[in-house]
Write a protein that binds this ligand. Sequence first.
Ligand code: HT7
Ligand code: ZN
Length: 849
Amino acid sequence: AESIYLKDYKAPKFTVKTCDLVFELYEEHTQVTNLMSIERVDAGAKDLVLDSIDLELLEIYLDDEKLPEKRYVIEDEHLRVLDVGDAFKLIIINKIYPQLNSELEGLYKSGNIFCTQNEPEGFRRITPYLDRPDVMAVFKTTLVADKERYPVLLSNGNRESNFKLDDGRHGATWFDPHPKPSYLFALVAGDLGVVQDKFVTASGKYVRLYIYTDRGNESKCKHAMKALKDAMKWDEEVYGREYDLELYNIVAVDSFNMGAMENKGLNIFNSAYVLADEDSATDANFMGIQSVIAHEYFHNWTGNRITCRDWFQLTLKEGLTVFRDQCFSADLNSKEVQRIEDVDALRERQFVEDASPTAHPIQPDSYMAINNFYTATVYEKGAEVIRMLHTLLGEQKYRKAMDLYFDAFDGQAVRTDDFLWAISEAGGIDLEQFKRWYYQSGTPKLHVDEKFEDGKYSLTLTQKVPKAVDGSEQKPYFFPLKMALLDESGKEIEAKTLIVSKESEEFTFKVEKKPVLSINRDFSAPVIVEQSHNDYAFLMKHDTNSYVRYESAQSFGLQTIESMMRGKPIDEEFVNAFGHILDEDKLDHSFKALLMELPSVSAIMQRQEVVDFELIYEAKERLQKHLALTFKEKLLVIYNENHTPDSKELDALNIGKRAIKNRALKLLSALESDEVIAIANAQYNSSVTMTDRIVALDVLENISPEFSTVALGHFYKKYNRDTLVMNKYFSILAASHREGTLDRVMALQNDPAYNELVPNLVRSLIGVFARNYKHFHAKDGYGYKFVADKIIDIDKINPQMASGLAGAFKIYKKMNKVNKKLIKTELERILLEPSLSKNVYEIVSKVLN
Ligand code: HT7
Ligand code: ZN
């Protein structure tokens, strides 16, 4: 496979002004008629080269004349039309087979629903086109299909007309006045249920809102609709951005490669991010829906109105839109909890990627398969970079800069540099050094040394910037570092945002007594802080910054587990500090539940030079058991005070009560006692929320084969026809720490509720197993072999899904000798596969390198 480089970018030689499409949808095939008005942009260009993959060409007309075969060439992934004029009309008629499309790119069928996924390069699988984001056209789309099977026909923009044909077929024409790149094109045809609402914009425009879903699921769309209206209002209030069409359509489908897609006026969603009610969705599912609905809505301005010049600029729209959806969720829910969860997610996934051979800057400079770059780095680290700009400018200047960005680039396909120009211009700030965040990779470490002498407190900060993947040196970053100095009661003596820019620099403060340092407050910069001295116990009790409180509890936990791994006894100071948290009764429940969380296995793993999961689990489980024994009574009190099995309210109080009592239950489960099994079993049987049921099932699965069999059997019987719930069932079993998990996962592939063609199910069973460190990394090597086999099988169905699974091997380089050797064998075996996709090849070859 070949790499594509940012430095080789060339402007398009032709552009498409308008694109009129007619889709005739049939059961075996679809016929596409594509009428484009095209103009030459580069006077030196002779041939028009269109992107075209797996298309059956029927006819081509140039300015209404049928084009003879000698005037065009069908190349591997292109259609070349020879010797064209300056401006012309081109009609291409071709056939495609959506029913056979298992890659889920281009036009495909999810169950009985025709739908599309064109970002980044799916459109070339529908019709020959200049399939690149810097070619923007006005689209008109006509769909024709059987009226009974496909009563609902949708595309981008506003509906222009409906018509009936006499052979039982009907049609609809849609017109989108906003020029857009082909990746934002969408169509849907199906027999769908719909939920309708409306929104009146700040300037008084009336927008009709529709959510379409499989019939029978209409009642599960309420939460998504509410989130959509909240997002529309928030974007008006916070960014001054109004919606710009007469209607907004959302369609939920079951087979989808990612979360959702922001097609102009016609978002297509993985049904997991639309459908929810208290009986079938967890609190986390409800939160996820709110944030993904908002994310796709926010793309209308950051992504659609202003799009990317090329795919290297992906973070221009993704980092910015993630930052926007994070702020939205923070404003609507709890700011503190949201920030902690966002940071946690970043560290759990992005830090691992950034420490691996697949590390890349948020603006990569090369790729083999662009689908591999919808990463935690481009999205979540990208959002951290925008957040730093927001911190550097402050709310008001940031808003001024965003206004300038929208003013200057509306309707264009631009680069991250253009965005940074607006920030620099309106913010009055030089961003030359800051730009390193865009083209350097890896997570920098910030080493902190403190000194106190004669009323002077000094802080020496040293950046340790890792080398790039190719071994080249990288330079120090420019970033805002929020910090405070606290007195012995936790009061802020001084709170500041330091600007860090040198490899090493000293900051001094005048203070009377030696203060306690609270550093990287709110996680103002995505760095790893290393302190030569720490006050974790004090900070987890007293810091006024909730993020640092949480972070201190985590760091203290990490330090404790690491010293246990070195053979030391459990640090009773940590145990005491943990006990103090349990005693605090004025804390928000959700926040307290986070403070009670022990560091994840991944967090522990990331700090090891050579990883052995057996040692990590041994220490972590021992600490958990010790805490459960020491604080059994307190944990039971917390559980009983907050366990209200009849309540299913989704307000902060009830979500918090579920979070904290479930945290207590999970900690107690380390005791593996009959008492805890009875509590979990009762919770499964009596609770009315999916949140409670899932936690109870998870606990039972891990500590009581007997009760778990009964409860899981009951669960299966009740929900086996609800595929979104079955995802949870498969996940619990795939994540199980019990013996025999691999065998059960293998057998579950034959379960009638499982289907290898549906990405959600594959992620729930195989994907979750590949992150079950205990069994995936088992020293017999069978976990690796199984996942490698699945990567090979699934690559033939859906390469994007397969390369996602291959991500589980990203920690290869850090593994101990025994595991490393086993992984190497499997990865080399994958590379020997004759028709391996470039998606899997790129990940596996980089991991092995
Ligand atoms: N912009 C969307 C990206 C996306 C996607 C990319 C590759 C393959 C399938 C895909 N589905 C959606 C999603 C988003 O960030 O909003
Ligand atoms: Zn996005």
